[in-house]
Design a protein around this ligand. Structure first.
Ligand SMILES: *[C@@H]1O[C@H](CO)[C@@H](O)[C@H](O)[C@H]1NC(C)=O
Ligand SMILES: *[C@@H]1O[C@H](CO)[C@@H](O)[C@H](O)[C@H]1NC(C)=O
Ligand SMILES: *[C@@H]1O[C@H](CO)[C@@H](O)[C@H](O)[C@H]1NC(C)=O
Ligand SMILES: *[C@@H]1O[C@H](CO)[C@@H](O)[C@H](O)[C@H]1NC(C)=O
Length: 521
């Protein structure tokens, strides 16, 4: 690019971005935070407490577990199965959200603590028999074949466990991570017996480490293709050890991490399957190798950041065009990727986002929320260490830029997008009405007490009407990469909410609700 081209782009870009700012919505992050955590009440399984606020939901699956009582926990998404692998990750992320940003949660702190406890109480049951870890309740094939309310579903509720002979290191180590992270929260907020939670975390971690194997293989088609462990179990072992190190400070876990960190290789991935980027951000955060100058996890955390920032030469995710989609803008974008970078650079300059982050696979919104969370945590780390990240070339990234990227994603989710659509149910004037969610779509048993059988639910599934019940706070899989959304119930890839979309978002919204009125520190 010539200097003049560059200048023209910067000037035009600035104007466009400024226009974007002036019409940008001001979001009520506190309101969104309250809703994001209320969503977890809608996902509850088991006996609901008197304090239940989402009152159209009622008790369900009270008989779960045969040898061991397994009532409780969360349904992962729009079905009625309890998948412990993603449930544990969601619990870990709720706990991490409270550890980092609990002080900004106000009255929603208590609700978030209750949501964590709802997870941990279930995991204590699922790990109560030494040598076994229960990993799933319900038959996904039967369940997915029906459109039934959790309150009166009648498919088989088989429970599945891993053991010495049928190992499942990823799911066990993730449960250990959830228990260890929650024990930090329990200790800080006097929530219950933190020590016994931590003790259980240690035992479950030992089990995961000693009997190594993937539950995708040992339990096969019972758990996979639903939540297969594609990324391997090495990352969960290091992740579990990292949380245990934070919770115990024992050198054993530091040594374990140092000996196994080289197995953490998918450094740009973070979600219920791959923990890798989260491990590097977490180890940077807890400053694992205090006395050593050798800290590759910090460099790897920086590489993750550079793989996400649009202006970085090592960008490896996609973005939708977002608001930059008038004629001139489109032309600008279509000309060259280089120019695209330039445009993003300009936008970042005047504090405006340029679209939603996209990665391959379903339920895309999980990437936007999980990445935003890691960016906020890493931003604090940059502040403490007074560093900038060098993404190559002359692209230096400050903590402010990380927070801007996170804010751009949250604002997009809450309605600052070309479709003017909030992707959180119940937030803003326009949000998804036909989400892929059995309990939300079918009438509540409060209004319709008689049972709706498996196939009788199809009428509601196929209906063009909005869902019967608002699952307030649910964030769906999200738009197409062209920024449009169809609000179609059968299209679960886009219209289904999940616990692991919301769990990191709780922390992100807490941060922004605590930083509304002043500039980011
Ligand atoms: C926190 O939530 C629990 C459970 O709903 C409730 O019993 C308790 O009163 C709440 N505490 C505060 C301070 O709101
Ligand atoms: C911590 O430092 C030691 C050397 O002092 C090194 O062998 C180890 O890999 C480092 N650990 C991590 C996680 O980077
Ligand atoms: C979104 O809102 C803007 C500004 O109010 C309006 O110009 C635009 O037509 C809306 N777009 C859609 C798809 O509703
Ligand atoms: C966006 O993409 C989807 C899926 O490819 C397509 O069905 C839809 O028509 C597109 N919408 C617009 C406005 O281009």
């Amino acid at each position: 690019m010539s200097f003049m081209e560059r200048l023209v782009i910067i000037v035009i870009g600035s104007l466009l971005c400024l226009t974007g700012t002036s019409i940008g919505l001001k979001h009520n992050y506190g309101d969104a935070l309250s809703k994001s955590i209320l969503f977890f009440e809608g996902q509850r399984s088991g006996k609901l407490p008197p304090s239940q606020r989402m009152t159209w939901r009622k008790d369900s699956a009270l008989q779960d577990g045969s040898l061991v009582d397994l009532a409780g926990g969360y349904y992962d998404a729009g079905d009625n199965i309890k998948f412990n692998f993603p449930m544990a990750f969601s619990t870990t992320m709720l706990a991490w959200s409270v550890i980092e940003f609990g002080r900004f949660m106000g009255p929603d702190l208590n609700h978030t603590l209750n949501a964590i406890r709802w997870g941990t109480e279930y995991f204590l049951k699922a790990t109560s028999v030494p040598g076994f870890v229960f990993v799933q309740v319900g038959d996904p094939y039967a369940d997915h074949n029906c459109w039934e309310r959790p309150e009166d579903m009648d498919e088989p509720r088989i429970s599945f466990a891993v053991s010495k002979d049928y190992p499942g290191s990823e799911v066990s180590a993730e449960i250990a991570a959830a228990l260890a992270a929650s024990s930090i929260v329990y200790r800080k907020y006097h929530l219950g017996n933190s020590a016994s939670l931590l003790q259980r975390a240690r035992e479950v971690f030992d089990f995961a480490d000693k009997y190594r194997g993937s539950y995708s293989i040992s339990l096969g088609p019972r758990v996979c293709p639903f939540y297969c462990d594609f990324g391997g179990y090495q990352d969960e072992l290091v992740w579990g050890a990292a949380w245990l190190f934070w919770a115990t400070k024992l050198p054993y876990y530091r040594d374990y991490i140092n000996q196994n960190i080289q197995n953490v290789r998918n450094i740009c991935e973070f979600g219920w399957d791959s923990k890798d980027a989260g491990i590097n951000v977490l180890l940077s955060r807890i400053h694992l190798n205090k006395s050593s100058s050798y800290m590759p996890f910090m460099a790897d955390a920086d590489k993750f950041v550079c793989s996400v920032l649009p202006e970085s030469p090592s960008l490896s995710v996609s973005y939708s065009k977002g608001k930059l989609i008038t004629h001139i803008q489109k032309k600008l974008i279509d000309t060259k990727t280089k120019i695209l970078h330039q445009c993003f650079f300009v936008c970042s300059f005047v504090n405006v986002w340029c679209g939603l982050l996209f990665k391959p696979g379903g339920s895309n919104m999980q990437h936007a929320t999980a990445t935003s969370f890691l960016f906020l945590v890493h931003a604090s780390h940059l502040r403490k260490t007074k560093r900038l990240i060098n993404c190559g070339g002359n692209i230096f990234v400050s903590r402010k830029r990380l927070r801007e990227l996170a804010k751009s994603q949250v604002d997009y989710i809450l309605g600052s997008n070309p479709f003017n659509m909030s992707y959180m149910v119940g937030y803003g004037p326009k949000f998804p009405l036909k989400i892929h969610h059995r309990a939300s779509s079918l009438p509540s048993i409060v209004n319709h007490p008689s049972q709706i059988h498996c196939k009788e639910g199809s009428t509601y599934f196929e209906s063009q009407n909005p869902n019967s019940n608002l699952l307030i706070g649910a964030v769906v899989g999200g738009p197409f990469i062209n920024d449009s959304y169809e609000d179609a119930r059968p299209d679960f890839v886009h219209s289904e909410p999940t616990t692991y979309i919301n769990a990191p978002l709780v922390g992100v919204l807490a941060y922004f609700s605590g930083h509304r009125h002043h500039h980011h520190k």
